[in-house]
Design a protein around this ligand. Structure first.
Ligand SMILES: Nc1ncnc2c1ncn2[C@@H]1O[C@H](COP(=O)(O)OP(=O)(O)OP(=O)(O)O)[C@@H](O)[C@H]1O
Length: 614
């Protein structure tokens, strides 16, 4: 038997077993078959062979003393049977025939739907093609060129088609084969380049293959997801949930979201109906874990989106609690995937605690912005910022935008500042709304909806909206107040110029932002932007500011922290050399000059900030 059993093989094996061998209550039913029959309680299916003798789930204090010898870490080797009894013991889920899955594509038969403007086909993927790619780690699986090259399964392929994704983005081309091979991953790729699908596809596909043997614990009110996707904000978790539901449509894989600020009872009810993939913010998840309404002992996949943010000072204690101090399988027994557009080295070092023999992947320079975004920096005194903003918005109105209203996202420093700017804009006849951590969740969601729909085409936001949000038609990001940290700038401007589309970002700069001058001008140079002479003068005067503003050595150098001698720890067992492609073949320039000394990461968030995000 080949080491890697194809998805199709396991489907047909499962179908054969289902046809012939009903009634075995301790056998695995792949998610895609759970939809098939109303009497699915008795539907038993074996991918291969018979059920492995499955031991009881670990319980009580010594969580990892529990027998786990049946856990098939090679993942896809196909032998050894299924998740004995796991699914059938679940308290609900799609297999019960009670829940009707809502079509997230919003059409009656989306398989036939070909009409309408295809949203994702006009993507300028060529813009990504000559981007340098660096991988490091042992035995890196090669990238693929098309979705058809990857064995994701028919149902998922159909959803990819419904999403109108014609071909994989570079980060998808590289990471999906790595994840499907069961490898841990730290992936860095530019904003708007399709990272969500990059971690969702392998998780969904892996759950559909479902060949790891484990018994679901007998805890009727405790949900035991197989995959956990953590993100820093409620809105981002909600967005990932919406995306994942599309990708998982009719696969039988159930996705549930849990985040703070929303009624917990509704989330509990959803969880009780069964969950395969749980998307969550850390605070709400800790709450659910402490109430014993969620157990992590079945987790096979852990994805941290915006991973550097999740591991900075604001979130790290919660993440350690979730990942290390509850009942989640340790690295090596789960697959861990970390994704972000930025990854300071100090955070990379921290992150390696959560990973096992991982592959590092950088598509483009770590922390670089995409050159699809035209970046402008204007010198504006504090007192002139409002009138300057008004000029920009007037100019934009005059420009118009392809029939759709162009949206403008304005970032400010403080929640109070957001409220007062919103008030001022509205009283000057510009429909604006605001999103920040002092607003109720209902207000936040309403504001986002109103912005997306164009009802209020100006959104004034704090950093709570800086990461991950994928809002079509954001034509312009204005950094009314620049952040202190260049990585925050990268995420903020990344709300435009997504999926191959172009965008504009304008920053108001004055003396208060001197510490950002150098990293900002370097970043702009890297993205082939015009750096004003006055900014270069600021940059020449300024020494590197504190914290993360200190960027790593030379251009395209020193990205995987394992390649930087100052970070290598004794027994760095897992680093196995590196590889760059895309025109930057020489791998010199790694090593010294890293810039992120051990004290280099200043952590600009205090723990108190967490509640505003989560
Ligand atoms: N293969 C693809 N073909 C076409 N569009 C795609 C493809 N993959 C993703 N997209 C679209 O690209 C947009 C950006 O994707 P996504 O939100 O995952 O970016 P991201 O890399 O996570 O960005 P950020 O760093 O800001 O979180 C989304 O609208 C998504 O639907």
């Amino acid at each position: 038997m080949s080491m890697r059993t194809s998805w199709a093989d396991s489907v047909s094996a499962a179908e054969n077993a289902a046809a012939g061998g009903g009634g075995n209550r301790s056998t695995y039913v792949p998610p895609h078959l759970r939809n098939r029959s109303a009497s699915s309680d008795s539907l038993a299916a074996l991918p291969q062979g018979g059920p492995a003798p499955v031991n009881a789930a670990p319980t009580g204090g010594n969580r990892w003393a529990g027998p786990r010898n049946d856990y098939n870490r090679s993942g896809y080797s196909g032998g050894g049977g299924g998740r004995g009894g796991g699914w059938n013991n679940r308290s609900g889920g799609w297999d019960r025939g009670r829940d009707r899955e809502v079509n997230p594509f919003g059409d009656d038969d989306s398989t036939e739907q070909e009409s309408g403007e295809p949203e994702n086909t006009g993507i300028n993927f060529d813009a990504y093609e000559d981007i340098p790619v660096e991988t490091s780690g042992d035995n890196v699986p090669p990238p693929v060129n098309t979705f058809a090259d990857i064995d994701l399964g028919d149902a998922l392929n159909e959803n990819i088609r419904r999403c109108k994704y014609v071909r994989p983005t570079p980060v998808q081309r590289h990471t999906i084969p790595i994840s499907l091979a069961g490898r841990d991953l730290m992936a860095c790729a530019q904003t708007g380049s399709g990272k969500t699908a990059a971690f969702c596809f392998p998780i969904i596909s892996g759950i559909m293959r479902g060949q790891s043997a484990q018994r679901a614990p007998r805890m009727p009110r405790t949900a035991c997801p197989l995959a956990l996707i953590l993100s820093p904000t409620r809105e981002l978790s909600s967005q990932i949930h919406d995306e994942a539901k599309k990708f998982a449509y009719q696969t039988g894989v159930k996705v549930v979201v849990a985040y703070g600020g929303a009624p917990i009872n509704q989330q509990l009810r959803e969880l009780e109906r069964g969950v395969d993939i749980l998307v969550a913010t850390p605070g709400r998840l800790v709450d659910l874990l402490e109430r014993a309404r969620v157990s992590l002992q079945m987790i096979r996949y852990l994805a941290l989106d915006e991973a550097d943010r999740m591991l900075d000072m604001g979130f790290e204690p919660q993440i350690r609690k979730i990942v290390e101090q509850m009942d989640m399988p340790p690295p090596g027994l789960r697959q861990t995937m970390l994704f972000s557009a930025t990854f300071p080295k100090e955070i990379q070092r921290l992150a390696s605690d959560f990973l096992s023999k991982y592959i590092f992947l950088a598509v483009g320079r770590v922390g670089s912005s995409t050159d699809l975004i035209v970046q402008r920096v204007e010198y504006v005194h504090e007192t002139d910022k409002r009138s300057h903003l008004m000029d920009l918005i007037h100019a934009q109105k005059a420009n118009g935008s392809h029939g759709k209203q162009a949206l403008t996202l304005v970032f400010v420093e403080t929640k109070k500042g957001a409220d007062s700017l919103e008030y001022w804009l509205c009283s000057n006849g510009f429909p604006a709304t605001t999103i920040h951590g002092d607003r109720t969740q209902q207000e936040r969601e309403y504001a986002l909806r109103s912005f997306k729909s164009g009802n209020t085409p100006i959104l004034v936001a704090t950093d709570v909206a800086a990461r991950g949000l994928d809002i079509p038609h954001v034509a312009h990001v204005v950094n009314f107040d620049l952040p202190n940290d260049i990585d925050d700038y990268v995420h903020r401007i990344g709300r435009t110029g997504r999926a191959g589309k172009s965008g504009l970002a304008t920053a108001f700069f004055n003396e208060n932002n001197s510490s950002l001058a150098r990293s900002l001008s370097e970043l702009m140079q890297e993205a082939n932007q015009e750096v004003p002479a006055w900014l270069s003068r600021f940059a020449a005067k300024a020494s590197y500011g504190g914290g993360k503003n200190r960027r790593g050595g030379g251009r395209f150098g020193g990205r995987d922290f394992r390649r930087d001698s100052s970070f290598s720890r004794g027994g760095a067992d897992h680093y196995g050399g590196g590889n760059m492609s895309g025109g930057y073949g020489a791998t010199s320039g790694y090593g010294a000059g890293g810039g992120y000394g051990a004290s280099g990461y200043g952590g600009s968030y205090s723990p108190g900030v967490t509640s505003a995000w989560d």
